[in-house]
Design a protein around this ligand. Structure first.
Ligand SMILES: Cc1cc2nc3c(=O)[nH]c(=O)nc-3n(C[C@H](O)[C@H](O)[C@H](O)COP(=O)(O)OP(=O)(O)OC[C@H]3O[C@@H](n4cnc5c(N)ncnc54)[C@H](O)[C@@H]3O)c2cc1C
Length: 195
């Protein structure tokens, strides 16, 4: 839920589009969600305005090509969205930067530029998206989701660090990829520095 101007909010929900998971009942699910007591409590007396809208979010880096001839694909065009959360702004910026760096580093040979770009994406982003996909599968079960919420809420330290991890203050799978560790990688100010 995002606050927007005029005391309004943008409220959305995500649904994985996997084989066997139909998007057809989404409208009914949406109405059902709005009736759930915890969500009602959060929304207070807010009422929906306008129509509900749906957008597909491409989240499959392994499936989409990263390059074609002299063209490099970044962001949604590369399927670079986080498959657990549907977030893709940071990933679009990162792949854009990596694409520009590949052009700057590898010069005028399109094949060399593409190889440089693929290697950079494999190093800087692919582990995070694979990790997010694996976590998404765990969170898809009620038991997995409950366990994750309990683990995240154990202590003030786990709560604080869960929020930092969730809001991508550092790459999702950084803890599992020592090759990306740098001094201060886990302790930077992050997206929401304390005032
Ligand atoms: C409902 C929704 C909520 C989301 N919430 C979040 C969120 O909270 N956090 C987050 O990180 N991500 C979120 N995302 C995902 C995020 O918006 C995208 O992953 C991100 O915007 C991708 O950036 P991009 O530059 O690759 O593509 P886009 O932002 O889609 O930019 C592509 C641009 O190209 C333009 N374009 C298309 N075709 C042409 C053409 N032929 N000629 C010229 N221009 C063209 C389009 O108009 C568009 O402006 C959300 C997505 C949706 C749908």
């Amino acid at each position: 839920m995002f606050p927007v101007a005029g005391g309004r909010a943008n409220v959305g929900f995500g649904l994985p589009r996997r084989p066997g998971v139909s998007v057809r009942p989404m409208a009914a699910q949406w109405r059902g969600l709005l009736e759930r007591p915890p969500l009602r409590a959060l929304l207070g007396n807010a009422e929906p305005e306008g129509h509900h809208r749906a957008w597909p979010i491409p989240a499959d880096l392994a499936r989409a090509p990263l390059s074609q001839g002299r063209v490099l694909f970044a962001g949604d065009a590369a399927g670079a969205t986080d498959p657990m959360t549907g977030e893709g702004i940071g990933q679009a910026l990162l792949t854009g930067v990596l694409a520009a760096e590949a052009v700057a580093a590898a010069g005028s040979d399109p094949g060399a530029v593409a190889r440089h770009y693929r290697a950079a994406v494999a190093h800087h982003l692919a582990p995070d998206l694979r990790f997010a996909a694996a976590l998404g599968r765990i969170l898809a079960s009620p038991a997995g989701a409950l366990l994750a919420v309990r683990a995240a809420g154990l202590t003030p330290w786990t709560r604080r660090n869960f929020a930092r991890w969730m809001f991508e203050d550092y790459p999702r799978a950084l803890a599992l990829t020592p090759s990306r560790w740098r001094r201060g990688a886990f302790t930077g100010p992050g997206a929401y520095p304390a005032a």
